[in-house]
Design a binder for this molecule. Structure first.
Ligand code: SAM
Ligand code: SF4
Length: 330
């Protein structure tokens, strides 16, 4: 499906839970979190139905996210159940990796081949500080297990934070040089209540790229032609095994090529990560509406997909979106 700005919409990110086993400082507040009630969260069969209908509208790629997707019971069977949706070409997941060592083989057996793992520091003490709870050793074991199991590509998401991990940029670059991983630097976004605690921490990807270029030549990696590639600008350090990606949602908006929709854990269709406008799908799902109605509702939502998000560079110092990132899925 093509929207009114001629963007091909073929990618759906699905948050299956707003719960998480970590509390990253830029994503969730330290305390006072009100999790959605169980009955508010879409059941797996409801999510499956939305995904199936979305493929009839042209969705080809689905990414399962959260909160932390691996904390929801039944996740492996759910992933396996997606294999029977004919037009779906790609099913992947974004996880914090804490439980990945235990799940990697089962997820692979369920048909998943691609995985993104979030890791903002390579230093154990700093990792625990930013996640407020996490043990980096568990994540590193999870990444290694994913690699041994055969996941490819393995992408590592790193949110760049001024004064926190800007001294580790070259360490991350080295990780991508020595291993077949794609390290992706993500610009910090001001979301929900957590956004209030990260003032003045924004770091642009231009700064990071320049630093990496001091260590070697960055060669551009071409995107695929079918338009399902994500928004990262991807490079390879000459001679390296892996890649380095830059996702610059704030400093270099990529809204004009945005191909994505998001389904929140409570069944709302969100056409822009950085806009709080949502379309309710749970209501029609639970009141027995048929597929045709759901499809029409999705088409109407896509018709209102904003041309671009409203956040500018200086806005990053103020909270903009009301919903927490953990409830949307990133
Ligand atoms: N729990 C999983 C994880 O951490 O990978 C999946 C959900 S998490 C919300 C998805 C992605 O959003 C993660 O890579 C995380 O680093 C990123 N994220 C969360 N809050 C963010 C923020 N304020 N700015 C930029 N990225 C953020
Ligand atoms: Fe949890 Fe992921 Fe948010 Fe961290 S970024 S608190 S791991 S949902």
């Amino acid at each position: 499906m093509v929207d009114k700005y001629n963007r091909k919409i073929n990618y759906l990110r699905v948050s299956i839970t707003d719960r998480c086993n970590l509390r990253c400082i830029y994503c969730m507040p330290a305390e006072g979190i009100t999790c959605m009630r169980r009955e508010e969260i879409l059941r797996y069969e409801e999510i499956h139905r939305i995904i199936r209908i979305s493929t009839e509208l042209g969705i080809k790629k689905v990414r399962i996210t959260g909160g932390e997707p691996l904390v929801r019971a039944g996740i492996v069977d759910f992933i396996a159940s997606l294999q029977n949706i004919g037009n779906l070409e790609d099913i992947s997941m974004t996880t914090n990796g804490i439980l990945l060592e235990d799940f990697a083989e089962e997820l692979y057996a369920a048909g998943m081949r691609r995985i993104n793992i979030s890791l903002d520091s390579l230093n154990a003490e700093k990792y625990t500080r930013i996640t407020r709870l996490g043990d980096i050793k568990a994540v590193l074991r999870g990444i290694e297990k994913a690699r041994q199991t055969g996941f490819s590509p393995i992408k590592i998401n790193t949110v760049a934070i001024k004064g926190f991990n800007d001294d580790e940029i070259l360490d991350f670059a080295r990780l991508a040089f020595e291993n077949p991983y794609q390290i992706r630097f993500i610009e910090l976004m001001p979301m929900g209540d957590a956004g209030g605690g990260i003032d003045d921490r924004f770091l642009s990807n231009d700064f990071i790229k320049k630093q990496i270029e001091t260590s070697g030549k960055l060669e551009n990696v071409k995107k695929n032609k079918n338009g399902t590639d994500g928004p990262a600008d991807v490079y390879r350090l000459a001679g390296g095994k892996g890649e380095i990606g830059f996702i610059s949602a704030i400093s270099h908006k990529f809204c004009s090529s945005c191909n994505r929709l998001r389904l929140t854990a409570d069944g709302q269709l969100r056409t822009c990560l950085l806009s709080d406008e949502e379309t309710d799908l749970k209501g029609p799902l639970r009141s027995g509406r048929d597929d045709a109605f759901l499809k029409e509702t999705m088409i109407a939502a896509i018709a209102k997909k904003p041309r671009q998000h409203a956040i500018t560079f200086k806005d990053t110092y103020r909270k903009k979106c009301v919903k927490e990132m953990s409830a949307i899925g990133g």
